[in-house]
Design a protein around this ligand. Structure first.
Ligand code: UD1
Length: 420
């Protein structure tokens, strides 16, 4: 396992190019199971989660190859309809194969994902949605076993707005007989990207980007090529890196419209923001102000930016409260930030952060993807040397983060080795 060694307090300066969105790619890749043939997915990020999804699809008979950021998939020989525990435990998004498999092949055997590093993450809405579309579902020895002839349209109102369940059920509904209505559907840009991809393949979907979608099932879809939308969480993370280090950074190849909640909060914290069609510049203020944040579904402040925001607040002037209303337990980064000198108290699903003058470098441990990002950010602003262990979590979701940070002037090195 690799580690990062960071020498902090270097102002970041320059331009960073944002990669394709991990969470869009993780939805589009399994969607290719819906129609046999060849697909080309451009701007697919080079990430461990993408390789994991690629391996899972290969196990089903999909031919997967990659040329830089272009992913080629050929779904002509799909002959296995299983997602084994060994793959699903590596990445929960593997559950996305459930909808496409059951609707296209009438059978799916998908391992239940189990817990996550920071707490429970149920998949009941995925299962219930597919069941409402007429699939017979058994849970047997840790596996979801779904069987169906042709799925039938249904009206499905999700109790909770869920990105994954919306995507999964939408993929199942596109080939079901009749018109499915999804209420309280997720509106995240990655779900919009999936819906647009499905439309390109021949699906009929109304209400994309709203909480009510109508999906008129069709008999068959066809393969297409697509370009991935930019990763809004990667963009947000680099903006916070700039704000934290007192820097000036231009984030290129992003969609500013996807980051409105983050940009508003950064401005409230004192940063100067300018946006163009596909770029954002941030000039940090001399002193970051404390700003409260509550995570919410899109277009609210994303839970995937909560950890990074806490890091920014650790050195802000004043106190702030950061509340996670999506994942109540997602605070594994807090004890590690405290090791770096942060003053944070946890109260249920809220972190109360009292800004300190400075953080001091130490050795900290990555626990999950966004927690790891928050620790790297902390290392960039801490005095002296910070070592972030187990950075494989970061490799799941940030493409070559150390190289992109180095190009902005950060002192960060990857050290490969077994012992970390
Ligand atoms: C996706 C993202 C993840 C992000 C999250 C919230 C991918 C691959 N991952 O995860 O990065 O943090 O959205 O924006 O796109 N829930 C249930 N039952 C279910 C499913 C979800 O109760 O069957 C709850 C969850 O516990 C959570 C809420 O719904 O409280 C939202 O989770 P969800 O949107 O489903 O997250 P994911 O799709 O897993």
């Amino acid at each position: 396992m690799d580690k990062f060694v960071i020498h902090g307090r270097k102002k970041l300066k320059g331009t960073v190019v944002i990669s394709g969105a991990k969470n869009a790619a993780l939805a589009l890749m399994p969607a290719t199971l819906l129609a046999s043939g060849k697909y080309r997915l451009e701007n697919t990020p080079d990430l461990r989660d993408i390789s994991t999804m690629g391996k899972l699809l290969q196990m089903m008979g999909v031919d997967v190859s990659k040329n830089e950021h272009t992913l080629h998939l050929n779904t002509f020989r799909v002959n296995k309809f299983e997602a084994p525990y060994e793959q699903v435990k590596k990445m929960r998004a593997s559950i996305y194969v459930l909808g496409p498999l059951i609707t296209r092949y009438g059978y799916a055997k998908v391992s239940l994902p189990g817990g996550c590093a920071w707490g429970p993450r149920p998949v009941n809405l995925h299962i219930e949605g597919v069941r409402k579309l007429g699939a017979k579902i058994d849970i047997d020895r840790g596996y979801i076993i779904a069987k169906a002839k042709r799925l039938k349209a249904a009206k499905i109102a999700f109790d909770v707005s869920s990105v994954g369940a919306t995507g999964n059920v939408m993929m199942a509904a596109v080939l079901a007989k009749g018109t499915t209505v999804l209420e309280n559907a997720a509106m995240e840009p990655e779900i919009v990207a999936l819906a647009r991809f499905l439309m390109k393949m021949g699906a009929r979907i109304d209400g994309i980007g709203t909480t009510r979608m109508e999906i008129e099932g069709v008999d068959a879809l066809h393969p297409v090529d697509e370009t991935m939308i930019p990763d809004r969480i990667e963009a947000g993370t680099f903006l916070i890196a700039a704000a934290l280090t007192g820097g000036t950074v231009k984030v290129e190849c992003c969609k500013p419209g996807h980051l409105m909640a983050i940009l508003t909060k950064l401005e409230e914290a004192g940063a100067q923001i300018n946006v163009g069609d596909n770029w954002i510049t941030l000039k940090a203020s001399r002193m970051t102000k404390a700003v409260d944040v509550t995570t919410a579904i899109y277009p609210g402040f994303p839970t995937d930016m909560q950890a990074q925001w806490i890091t920014l607040m650790t050195i802000a002037k004043g106190s702030s409260v950061i509340t996670d209303s999506i994942y109540f337990d997602r605070f594994k980064h807090v004890p590690e930030l405290i090791r770096l000198g942060a003053n944070i108290e946890l109260n249920k699903n809220a972190a109360i952060v009292k800004g300190v003058k400075r953080l001091a470098g130490a050795t900290v441990m990555s626990t999950d993807l966004r927690a790891s990002a928050s620790l790297v950010l902390a290392g960039l602003v801490a005095e002296g040397k910070t070592e972030v262990l187990r950075v494989y979590h970061l490799d799941r979701g940030y493409e070559h983060i150390e190289k992109k940070l180095q190009a902005l002037g950060a002192s960060i090195r990857r050290i490969s080795g077994q012992e970390y």
